[in-house]
Structure formats: C-alpha cells, structure tokens
Design a binder for this molecule. Sequence first.
Ligand code: 13P
Ligand code: SF4
Length: 302
Amino acid sequence: MNLPEKINELKEKEDMVILAHNYQLPEIQDIADHLGDSLELCYLAQSLDADMIVFAGVRFMAESALILNPEKTVLVPALEAHCPMAGMLGPEMILSARAKHPDAAVVLYGNTNAASKAEADVICTSANSVKIVNSLDEDKVLFGPDKNLRHWTQQHTEKELLPIPEIGYCYVHNSLITPESINALRVEHPNAEVLVHPECLPEVQDMADAIMSTNGMLKRARNSSSTEFIIGTEKEMCYRLEKELPDKSFYGIESAVCADMKKTNLENLYRAMHDCSNKMELPADVLERAKAPLQRMLDLSK
Ligand code: 13P
Ligand code: SF4
C-alpha cells in the first residue's frame, strides 16, 4: 500500500479526522477530510465528533483546536511548524500595553501563541476582524500583531486601533507579495480580478478588487462572473481554487511560500496517525484562560 492508502485505512479504523489549512501541500490537501481558513478550522474542530483531530497547519491553529476541545486528542504531524508572526507578540507585551491603556479592549489576531491568547479579550481572524472590533463597547482597541490586518480593519471602523507590537507582520504577505509582483501579473492578465489577503502591505491592498481571508477568496471566485483571478496570498491557495473551480484560472505568486506550512508531509502525517504521537499539549492554566476569548470570537462571528 502507498502512504495515502495507509492513511485512509487508519482514518477508517481509528476515529480520526484530518483538518488542513488552505496553504498545505497539494498531497495533504488531497488527503484531508476538511480544508479551511483559520476561522473555519476552529468551527470544524468544535463541530466534528471524531475523538482525534489530526491537524495539518501551523502550531497556533492546532493550539486553537485543542483550546476549543480540551477533551479531544489533537495530533500535529509537524509540531515544529510555527507561524513566525505568532512569535512577535508575547503575553508580557500585552500586559504592559494594557497597563498603559486601561480603557482599551485587547483584540488579538488568531496568529498568536496560546499564552498570548490567554491575555486577550477576544480573538479575530482575517475573516471577521471588522465584525469583532465593531461589536465591542470600547472605543479604543489594542490590536495585534499584524500591522497590515490592523490597517485594513482600521479602514472599516470608527474605533481607534492601537498596534501591539508596534510592527508585526507575516514575511510571506508583507515581503514576498509586492506591488511589483501584482503589477507584473496584471500586465499578463489584464482581465483578471485581483484578490489579496489583508496581511498584504497597504500598497498591495490598494491594488486589489477585494481583500479577504483565504476562504473568502474561494467564495468570491465561486460567485464572481470573472473567470480569471490574481491571488495575493500564499501560493498553495491556488491549488485549492483550481481544484474546486476547474473552469476558472488563478494566477499566484510562485515565491510566496510559507515554509512552516510545508513542514507537514505524507510521511509525518502517517507517522503521527500510526503512532498516535505528536500530541498537542498546553499548560492547564493557558488552556483554560485562552478558551473564553476564542469562544467569544466564535459566538460573535456566527
Ligand atoms: P486565513 O485565516 O485567511 O486562512 O489566514 C491565515 C494565515 O495564516 C494567513 O497567512
Ligand atoms: Fe504565518 Fe504568514 Fe505562514 Fe500565515 S503565511 S502561517 S501568517 S508565516
């Protein structure tokens, strides 16, 4: 049997479900039970009734799955896959920002570590940041770590969004997706709609027809009368789009690669499932304190 066959056999024997983010390698997307953006993966982790979740993504996503389902087992084939942006905002930075701005709410992007989430009032993702921020009573909001998501959210709210940290960003969206790279694709494909992720630079956001999460891109491409799209996010998003919408064309940026998203492969996926190894674990106090801000996000964005 080859690895995909062995993985499918294990899935049937054990009560396991594979969740994968839209940036995973094609072979992982193909074998996953469900694909999603970071918000949908949270909802899925909570709604599916399998005892074991096998999580193909980066660590903060698997942490969220465990925080929302502490009674389930969450296996992470690549426990070493971190989102570098999540490392840019530690809990102590949040505590000192709170002390300086006691009247501000703290809204953290899902791309943060569990210990930081435990210090937040509410979490958001790129799919719901505007809704979450606008639902708050406070007029001032400490918002981080992504400076570009903050910029985009600020365009859609009257509230004052203060950055924590001063500068936090995703190297893929902030540095590898440039105005020049989008422009080059626009010259080649003048009729294509430009869809970009809000983690992109403001200059890149200004070039877009629409700014949205990865699931938002799929929805937009499905519902749009356009047949060609320039995709300003991690390159593997195009694999999902092409697979789901084979009659439409998608043009991505080949160099926009998230190295940590590529750390999950068929070998470590199979190994974790077979050995029931690589269990996500978090300190009990973090597990408990991070739940309320995450659950508040899910309740607010329904
Ligand atoms: P989405 O929630 O839009 O999938 O984004 C997550 C992410 O890490 C983007 O880089
Ligand atoms: Fe983090 Fe960027 Fe990778 Fe998303 S693409 S997981 S924000 S490094």
